[in-house]
Design a protein around this ligand. Structure first.
Ligand code: CTP
Ligand code: CA
Length: 238
């Protein structure tokens, strides 16, 4: 069926979606990467377009093709993703940060392939922090006094001290974005991976203003439609 009941709640809105996993180079042929498939980001872009939005899709590495009909920007590293996102965000009504951004990058990139050599110590990789793009998007919005809805994503695991929900709530406040879409990752009760590379997803959409969390489950497209409905409500266009 039609996820928006025949309406086009994001008609005329410009939406930036970031997706995929960044890759941080070690040398000309090697990188540090992550397991993001890009599926949730593609589903978000398709859902926003179905709702009438013009979508700028900024993607790092993905296992699947980017969406048709979006304006595409391909990037590799977190620093490239940052430049493309800050530039696109300047004119956007909504920014959705679904990309899995590397928290660290190798402090130096070897110009030649790293070699193994006998009688030489094995290499140690030194890492430096990448900037937090989501925090920067929030800061730019404030600096420009812009009205913009900013949505983060977080894959959380609980531990002995805190459950995934309380970590996510703290992260939402730290980031200062309007909405944080949270899913619990790692092995489920069956022992099978819950999220990465899977076709389905189960999330909780937390709001900075304290509105009740919205639960959504199903295919990544169904989750995307739920996120887009919450966005449309917030924009007052649903
Ligand atoms: N994010 C970002 N820039 C970074 C890291 C993360 O913009 N350098 C964004 C992600 O795209 C996501 C949100 O921040 O929308 C939450 O990412 P997450 O990795 O859960 O947050 P971190 O602050 O990196 O916390 P953690 O230490 O738990 O990884
Ligand atoms: Ca992180």
């Amino acid at each position: 069926g039609d996820p928006f009941g025949g309406a086009r709640p994001l008609q005329g809105k410009r939406v930036v979606v970031t997706a995929g996993g960044t890759r941080e180079p070690l040398d000309p042929v090697r990188f540090l990467g992550n397991k993001s498939s890009g599926k949730q980001g593609v589903a978000l872009a398709e859902s926003a377009m179905a709702a009438g939005a013009e979508v700028i899709f900024i993607h790092a590495h993905m296992d699947i093709a980017p969406p048709l009909n979006a304006k595409l920007h391909s990037v590799d590293t977190a620093l490239e993703l940052r430049a493309a996102t800050l530039s696109a965000a300047a004119g956007a009504d909504v920014v959705i940060m679904a990309a899995a951004v590397a928290d660290f990058r190798p402090s130096t990139i070897s110009t030649g392939k790293i070699k193994k050599r006998d009688n030489v110590a094995d290499p140690v990789i030194k890492l430096v922090r990448n900037p937090d793009i989501l925090v920067e998007v929030v800061a730019h919005r404030a600096a420009q006094n812009q009205s913009q809805l900013i949505v983060g994503f977080a894959a959380e695991t609980g531990d002995a001290d805190h459950d995934a929900h309380s970590y996510a709530q703290a992260k939402l406040v730290r980031k200062g974005c309007d909405l944080l879409v949270v899913n619990e990752v790692g092995p489920g009760e069956s022992g099978a991976e819950k999220v990465f590379g899977q076709d389905g997803n189960q999330v909780e959409i937390l709001a900075l203003d304290g509105a009740s969390p919205v639960q959504a489950a199903g295919s990544k497209r169904q989750v995307a439609d739920a996120v887009v409905r919450v966005i449309a409500e917030r924009l007052g266009t649903s």
